[in-house]
Design a binder for this molecule. Structure first.
Ligand SMILES: *Cc1c(COP(=O)(O)O)cnc(C)c1O
Length: 406
């Protein structure tokens, strides 16, 4: 059978797409592990992982198998019926975490939307209509729906869309005194990323999360951890809260959970979950069998001592070399992050130029990320080969050398 397909190019984006993105000049068409090929057959090394999503690289055989097996069974049934992959995945997440209950959806923003709505519903049911305030962190990112941009601490994402969701305040991250000053009997939830991702790959201090936990307990507020970026092995633990030893009441997951297939999840306890009774919340695609079958395979592969230990070893391999590049060319003031979520903070003279690093890397056949204008971010596959790490970092060094020459 031959199906005629129109030839499309990057220029078509500027004709037919809503212009809310500015994608790179090439179009990836195929991937295998941590290598990607574009339309012209050029091979790139992928340190971007689809923005901390492709946790097992591209076309991982276990995920391809899980997806095709499920594709031959049943794709979608809606939540009028449940399905086997949903229930198996929920069991695995419950067994592996603090949570007793799981709500599935399709993205990080939706997982957070569910988390914030649940927090408000719990407070409303238990304490009445006056307890609805949410405290979040400056520079945090929680998604692009109106509720999640309102909770997010970056006004550039929430300004200019009319009235925001009210009852939300922001405090500086890693500043326990500021949180202490802001929290009150009206607070229903404190929302934090254990590692701020979009905000610049900034890990929390352990004492900060411990202090936040204690304050939430004192004021009957729920502690919500947004682990959309930090979760599913990226920190070197299944979830970053395990690294810190601080347990939230509600946790949101997405990105890596699907390894490239869209899925989100909100995890919580029995007592809190009971406030989402039948009909209070929902989404058509949530718990979709294809998504859950893939995510189940992701959890099976990632949640093993070998893979999680491997993340910590790869962290060291990246960090050592990035620090050396930073010193040699004077471009970084700090290399920070946990596991395979790594941020290189640009030195004073390079401030605001993260996009130039992105572009230079692309010219050297390397896909990287920025996290704001001042941080170069790496979020590769958790199972990337050492040879790909070394070759990718060689390319990165050549890109940095070219930039440094001016
Ligand atoms: C990416 C991200 C989100 C939003 O996820 P989407 O799937 O894009 O909706 C929310 N929180 C954090 C911490 C993220 O990194």
């Amino acid at each position: 059978m031959s199906v005629e397909q129109a030839v499309v190019q990057r220029a078509d984006f500027d004709q037919v797409m809503v212009p809310n993105y500015a994608p790179a000049a090439f179009i990836p068409v195929r991937g295998a592990g941590s290598r990607v090929w574009d339309q012209a057959g050029r091979e790139l090394i992928d340190f971007s992982g689809g923005i901390a999503v492709n946790v097992l690289g591209h076309a991982h055989p276990v995920l391809v198998q899980a997806l095709t097996d499920q594709a031959n069974k049943v794709w979608h049934v809606s939540n009028v019926f449940t399905n086997e992959p949903t229930l198996r995945l929920a069991h695995k997440l419950v067994d592996a975490t603090f949570a007793d209950r799981v709500f599935f959806c399709n993205s990080g923003a939706e997982a957070n939307e569910a988390a914030f709505k649940l927090a408000r519903r719990v407070a409303h049911d238990r304490f009445g209509a006056e307890k609805y305030e949410i405290i979040a962190a400056t520079n945090s990112f929680h998604g692009r729906t109106l509720f999640t941009v309102s909770v997010g601490g970056q006004p550039k994402y929430s300004d200019g869309f009319g009235p925001k969701i009210t009852g939300i305040s922001h405090v500086p991250y890693n500043d326990l005194e500021a949180l202490k000053a802001a929290i009150s009997e009206k607070t229903c939830a404190v929302v934090l990323e254990p590692i701020q991702g979009e905000g610049g790959v900034l890990p929390a201090d352990r004492a900060y999360l411990e202090g936040a936990r204690a304050l939430c307990d004192q004021f009957d507020a729920l502690l919500v951890f947004d682990e959309v970026q930090s979760g599913l092995g990226r920190s070197g633990e299944l979830f970053a809260y395990m690294h810190y030893g601080v347990v939230p009441d509600i946790l949101s997951s997405a990105k890596s959970l699907g390894g490239g297939f869209p899925i989100g999840a909100m995890l919580t306890t029995d007592a809190l979950a009971s406030h989402f009774s039948v009909g209070t919340h929902g989404t058509t695609y949530g718990g979709n069998p294809l998504a859950c079958a893939v995510a189940e395979a992701v959890v099976d592969v990632v949640n093993t001592p070998a893979v999680l230990q491997g993340v910590k070893e790869r962290h060291q391999r990246f960090k050592t070399r990035l620090q050396q590049i930073g010193e040699q060319y004077g471009v970084f003031s700090e290399v920070r992050g946990l596991g395979l979520l790594i941020g290189c903070v640009l030195a004073e003279a390079w401030k605001g130029r993260a996009k130039d690093f992105f572009n230079a890397a692309e010219q050297h056949d390397l896909m990287i990320l920025q996290a704001g204008p001042d941080v170069v971010r790496f979020a590769p596959s958790l199972v990337i080969d050492n040879a790909d790490i070394d070759e990718g970092l060689d390319r990165f060094e050549r890109a940095v050398a070219q930039l440094a020459k001016g």
